[in-house]
Ligand binder design. Structure first.
Ligand code: DX5
Ligand code: ZN
Length: 214
């Protein structure tokens, strides 16, 4: 599968509705929504009130990436705010299995995110629960960082883990994705590419989304 999930972290928050309408009209598939708590990652982004507003206008699923400690505390809040997919970090969950079940029990799609320094093999016991598995291709916290090349390697490892244990699980890549590395990531087995700066800092975001998909 080849899906694109533009990250609203790079959108113009003074013109958020305009940017959402642009994405509605584009070929993108999901809206990637980055929630940061200033503890799990150094940065603070936004929370449920902003997501509620995004949901009001967005006509595609909200792919909510929680970069917060103990995300299990907030599953119902993010569901109410409008999340369709919730991904949580392996590194931020003491009881990952419980948190994934809580997301599923809430009727949402769930996924695990791995930081660049976390091994793919650690998904061995949770991959069967996942609708999505996300590999960070930068250290999370900020948009506009440089893509980490080892991601191709990890992506191939994750592909073979999914083939073996959960062929329905989508592989998502997040951080530093652009029109140069997108084809290589799809070739390495990725299904969903997140792109923030590549889309929103482009002169023609809708066209860039098309190019990313090719
Ligand atoms: C990083 C976020 C990413 C980020 C991607 O912590 O999780 O989703 O917004 O932005 P780019 O594509 O600019 O690296
Ligand atoms: Zn993200």
């Amino acid at each position: 599968m080849k899906l694109i999930s533009p990250s609203l972290l790079s959108a113009d928050f003074g013109n958020l509705q305009r940017d959402i309408e642009m994405l509605n009209a584009s070929d993108c598939d999901w809206f990637h929504v980055d929630v940061m708590d200033g503890i799990f990652v150094p940065n603070i982004s936004f929370g449920q009130p902003v997501i509620k507003y995004i949901k009001k206008h967005a006509r595609k699923p909200l792919d909510v990436h929680l970069m917060i400690m103990d995300p299990g505390r907030y599953i119902n809040d993010f569901k109410e705010a409008g999340a369709d997919i919730i991904t949580v970090h392996y590194e931020a969950c003491t009881h990952l299995d419980r948190t994934l079940h809580a997301i599923k029990d809430a009727g949402l799609q769930c996924g695990v995110v791995l930081n660049p320094g976390t091994a793919v093999s650690l998904l061995e016991d949770t991959i069967q629960l996942c609708d999505v598995a996300l590999l960070m291709s930068v250290n999370p916290g900020f948009g506009g960082q440089k893509f980490i090349e080892n991601t191709y390697n990890k992506c191939r490892q994750l592909r073979s883990l999914c083939d073996r244990k959960n062929p329905h699980c989508l592989i998502e890549i997040d951080g530093g994705v652009n029109t140069g590395n997108a084809p290589l990531l799809f070739e390495a087995g990725a299904d969903v590419l997140v792109a923030g700066n590549a889309v929103f800092k482009s002169d023609n975001p809708a066209e860039t989304i098309k190019q990313l998909k090719r």
